[in-house]
Design a protein around this ligand. Sequence first.
Ligand code: MRU
Length: 352
Amino acid sequence: MTLQAIKWQDNQLYVLDQLLLPLESQYINVRDVKDGWQVISKMQVRGAPAIAIVGCLSLAVELINTSFEDKDELLDTINKKLDYLVTARPTAVNLQKAAEELKAISKKLYEDNLSVEDMVKLVSSWCQKMLDDDINTNKKIGWFGAESILKSAGGRNVQLLTHCNTGSLATAGYGTALGVIRSIHEQGRLAQAYCTETRPYNQGARLTAYELVFEKMPATLICDSMAAALMNCRKIDAVLVGADRVIRNGDTANKIGTYQLAVTAKCHKVPFYVCAPTTSIDLNLGEGKDIPIEERPCEEMTDIAGIRIASPGISCWNPAFDVTPAELITGGIVTELGVFKPSELHTILQAQ
Ligand code: MRU
C-alpha cells in the first residue's frame, strides 16, 4: 500500500489533508468547485500534478450533482468554473493546461450535439482518467531518471538529494523526483536519500520525510541551509527536484530554494535534474522572468503550527517558488518521454 493523496470513490472526491500530516491522516470530502478551489489555495492538497487532478475532479463532482437546463448552460458552467479554478494557485501550469484541454473537449462534445447527460459523463470520465494517466507517467519518469543516474554511478549505490515534496502526495501516486528515487530504491541501488526541510512551509520535513519513512527507504532530513555542507562533506550523486512550470528554454519554476540548490550543485559538480511530466511544460513562455510567482501569506513563514516564531513587527517576503535558469539543469529534464537537455525540450515536444 502506498500513500494516496486523492481518492475517487462512487463519484465522490476525497483529498488527504496535507496540513495535518504527518500527525493525522484525515480525508476531506470535496463536494464542488468552491471546495476544490479552497483545498488547493489552502494547500491541503499541493504539488503541480495533484493540483490539476483535484481541480478537474472537483468540477466533475459538481457537474454530476447539478441539473442543467440545456447544454448551453452546461458548457457555460464548465468554462466559468475552470476559469475560477485556475486562479487558486498561479505558478503551477498543469491545472491551466488541463483546463484548456477540458474546455476544448467540452466545446467539441457540444458541437457534436451530445446530450447534457452524455457530456457530463464524458467530461467526468476524462477527469477520472487523469488519475491513472498520472501514475503511468510518473512510473516512466522514475524509470528514465533512474537509468540516467545509475549509468553515471558505474555500479555503485547512489546518494541523492531532493527538495520539497514530489512523491505520492504531490501526484496521483508514485511521484516525479521522488518517483526516480523510489525506482532506484526498487532496484536495490539507493544508498541514501537526503531531503531538505523546505522552509518556509516544510513540505520536506512534514511530507517527504513521512513518505520516505513510510516506504522504508534509507533517508536523512537536512535543513535547507545544510545543502552546501552536505555536497562538500558527503558524496552526492545527483540533486533531483520537481517542477511547477518548465518553459520553452528549459528555465524551471519550482519550490523556493530550488535555485540555490542548483547553484550549489553546479559549484560542487553534482548533476542537477528536474523531473516533471510534459503536462508541466509551458511552451508559450520564453523567459523565466515571465513565469508568475505566487506569494503566500507571511504567517506560513513567521508561524509554525499557529505559534509565532518570528519577532512581531518584522515585515516578510514569502515567494512560494523561484526560477532555476536552464544552464544550471546539468543532469537534464526527466519526462515520461525520456531525459532531455533543456535546449532539446522545445523540439521534442513539438514533434509529439
Ligand atoms: O507549494 P507546493 O507544495 O505546491 O510546491 C510543490 C513543488 O514545488 C513541487 O516540486 C512541484 O509542484 C512538483 S510536484 C510533483
